[in-house]
Design a protein around this ligand. Structure first.
Ligand SMILES: [Mn+2]
Length: 231
């Protein structure tokens, strides 16, 4: 894909987990336009109080910019749980209850559009400079060969090798309870555990500027990713 002529910003955001006010606050400050690409790294749903509103916000964004939704393990569990699959009880115990409560407490109150939004989310997304995936990529393995376990479930340790292509891997999923992005050679994990009261983290992948907000509405910008690079 030729992105060399691309105008606008490319913004990626870590695990939102129902933090609708944090998401709305970041978007208010970003002022996205149709030239911008906004990449949600997955786990938009569950845990926090505002899953329904988060998906409404993301659906509305489709009219504003190019929205890329990557499927997290929580979207995978929710879709399975809503169909009565084997994940249902585990999902409900790991934030699914809060998600259903945001819809009024019943599965049948979830709009079909919201189910389709989750079901059509991507396994990964790539540009000339970066690879975007929910959980992990495996250097040496092509993206199309990644398993569902790798794409949505495996955790990173901070000791993974960089990708041979030279592209950076930007992921979520491995929650950083410190609230600090996990940044090391060739990698950036943006899951800063917003649902635990930390900042939700978004990044302009070309400038590395961070845009962060908490679910209480507090906003912070001006830091860059390099601040968190492990030496
Ligand atoms: Mn996850």
């Amino acid at each position: 894909m030729d992105q060399s002529a691309q105008k606008g910003r490319t913004i990626a955001i870590g695990d939102i987990h129902g933090c609708d006010i944090a998401l709305g606050t970041i978007l208010y400050h970003l002022e996205l336009t149709r030239d911008d690409t906004f990449i949600c790294l997955g786990d938009a749903v569950d845990r926090g109080p505002g899953t329904k509103h988060v998906i409404e916000i993301l659906l509305d964004l489709k009219a504003t910019c190019k929205l890329v939704m990557i499927k997290g393990n929580h979207e995978e569990m929710m879709l399975d749980g809503l169909n009565g699959g084997h994940w249902e009880s585990i999902w409900l115990q790991h934030g699914g209850k809060e998600a259903i409560d945001s819809y009024g407490g019943r599965y049948d109150l979830i709009p079909e559009e919201h189910r389709i939004f989750m079901a059509t989310a991507l396994d990964y997304y790539e540009t000339e400079t970066d690879i975007f995936v929910h959980a992990t990529a495996v250097p040496g393995t092509t993206l199309a060969e990644l398993t569902p376990q790798e794409l949505r479930w495996d955790r990173i340790t901070g000791e993974e090798d960089p990708d041979q292509s030279g592209r950076r891997i930007i992921c979520g999923h491995t929650a950083q309870k410190s609230g600090r992005p996990l940044v090391f050679d060739g990698w950036a994990c943006l899951d800063t555990a917003a649902y635990r009261g930390n900042y939700l983290t978004a990044i302009d992948v070309h400038t590395n500027e961070l845009f962060q907000a908490k679910q209480n509405g507090k906003y912070r910008a001006g830091r860059t990713l390099e601040r968190y690079l492990l030496k």
